[in-house]
Design a protein around this ligand. Structure first.
Ligand code: SF4
Length: 449
């Protein structure tokens, strides 16, 4: 008997809802940002950005300086050159890579990451990767992808990186039994929780992509069924499907509902018994629901406005409205992938204002007019909006923090509750009673000088 999805959409939700499409100035980070979480995940990979000093500054300030460990990312700075200088550029790149691989024998996978300066665009990094892979094979595989900020958002760096890895995945046997692949970077703690749940459900083998070690790439073929753990992996999904894998349609594993439906999609596909599914997932679901009930008291009735940034906006909006009672003022997303988002859109409340792309000034005007209780946006917009009295949450924090799964549902809600609590504290001066209760020193009456 197959498990039954217990989650009900009210009508068709936003499945056919109109979407405001905007194409104007955008305020987003570039795809190089993905290196920060990808290099932590694939523990023997190195990311060599081929870029400018700006790229080097971005990576350095976003990732911080590693004091005790040698970093596994760096920037090869390409200065202004004409086309005649490109031969030297390739030689220089080869020299840098050779020195790096000689010095760092633990590196098994090297990504040459392209950027947007015109000097870099002129360089053929895929050729360079092939040439260097041939030279260092089989010890080190060299691949390339673009993290350029032209027409991309910061999470697309991961999509480009994983899509570049798909051709390297080994082919599975034609007669192999079905396997599940979970696609998208998850914090190790979250990955371990999901692996335990799949095991208790009797499902396996289950493989995670990207893997923690470059030598542990999951096989792919017609027997592969994959679940997207992140909503920004359109190219990766396409590349896996081109290799015969089948995507399991599901909402994303955010909150109790999303995680249940996500696990359920895999369980149904692998014929897991409904009673077993209930037995395995009920304890974690109940714990998460109880923890969310506490956060709900802070968040219910509060309004939220999403600027387009991470592509996590629609699943987050679904979670915040359905499980925490928040009101959705506008849900902006940089791109709307209709088929990957179908299950999410069906769960959004009817009438939600959806927008795709950005014309930042117009969107700022809508946000100011709406005066939402909290705004989710990029770093560039957060400070000006805070200065105008709005409460903000940085979108990037939602990618750096483990938020998927039952055990993280309350932590995810808290990420939204915390700025509201902080704002409320700032707005309310402590009363004498509160100060006494907190054991604070009592202000003495001071004579005026
Ligand atoms: S890739 Fe482009 S947008 Fe990103 S840091 Fe480099 S120059 Fe800036």
């Amino acid at each position: 008997m197959n498990a039954v999805i217990p989650i009900q959409a009210a009508g068709r939700g936003c499945a056919d809802a109109p979407v405001l499409k905007e194409r104007g100035q955008r305020e987003v980070f570039c795809g190089l940002t993905g290196i920060i979480w990808l290099h932590r995940k694939i523990q023997d990979a190195f990311f060599l950005v081929v870029g400018s000093r700006t790229c080097a500054h971005l990576i350095q300030s976003a990732a911080g300086v590693m004091i005790f460990a040698e970093p596994r990312f760096a920037t090869a700075i390409i200065d202004e050159r004409d086309l005649a200088g490109l031969a030297d550029c390739n030689e220089e790149l080869d020299r840098v890579v050779t020195r790096l691989i000689e010095r760092r024998p633990e590196i098994k996978l090297l990504f040459l990451v392209g950027s947007c300066p015109s000097e870099v665009i002129k360089l053929d990094l895929s050729r360079a990767a092939q040439r260097l892979s041939g030279r260092f094979n089989p010890g080190v595989r060299v691949l390339n992808y673009s993290g350029s900020g032209i027409e991309t958002t910061f999470t697309q760096g991961e999509d480009a990186c994983l899509a570049s890895l798909v051709p390297s995945l080994p082919a599975s046997e034609a007669s192999a039994p079905p396997e599940l692949m979970v696609v998208g970077t998850l914090a190790d703690v979250v990955e371990d929780q999901f692996a335990r749940l799949f095991k208790q459900l009797g499902m396996g083998p289950v493989r995670f992509f990207p893997p923690r070690q470059a030598g542990d790439l999951p096989p792919v073929g017609a027997n592969t069924r994959f679940l997207l753990a992140q909503p920004f992996l359109a190219d990766t999904a396409h590349a896996l499907q081109a290799r015969g894998a089948q995507r399991l349609a599901a909402p994303f594993p955010l909150g109790v509902e999303g995680t249940t439906a996500w696990l359920q999609a895999a369980a149904a596909s692998f014929g897991v018994d409904a009673a077993l599914f209930e037995r395995v997932t009920a304890p974690a679901r109940e714990r998460a629901a109880a923890a969310l009930a506490r956060q709900r008291t802070q968040l219910a009735g509060k309004s939220i406005f999403f600027f387009p940034d991470s592509q996590l906006e629609i699943p987050l909006a679904r979670f915040l409205s359905r499980e925490l009672g928040m009101a959705l003022t506008e849900v902006g997303t940089p791109y709307l992938h209709r088929s990957h988002m179908a299950e999410e859109l069906a769960l959004l409340p009817e009438g939600t204002f959806l927008s795709e792309g950005q014309d930042v000034d117009k969107q700022l005007d809508r946000c100011r007019a709406a005066r939402p209780d909290i705004v989710v946006c990029g770093l560039g917009l957060a400070n000006p909006l805070e200065a105008e009295g709005l409460t903000t949450k940085w979108a990037i924090e939602l990618v750096f923090t483990p938020i998927q799964g039952f055990e993280q549902a309350a932590d995810l809600a808290e990420l939204f509750a915390r700025p509201l609590v902080r704002r409320a504290r700032l707005a309310t001066p402590p009363t004498r009673t509160a100060a006494v209760a907190a054991g604070s020193p009592q202000p003495e009456a001071q004579p005026c000088n």
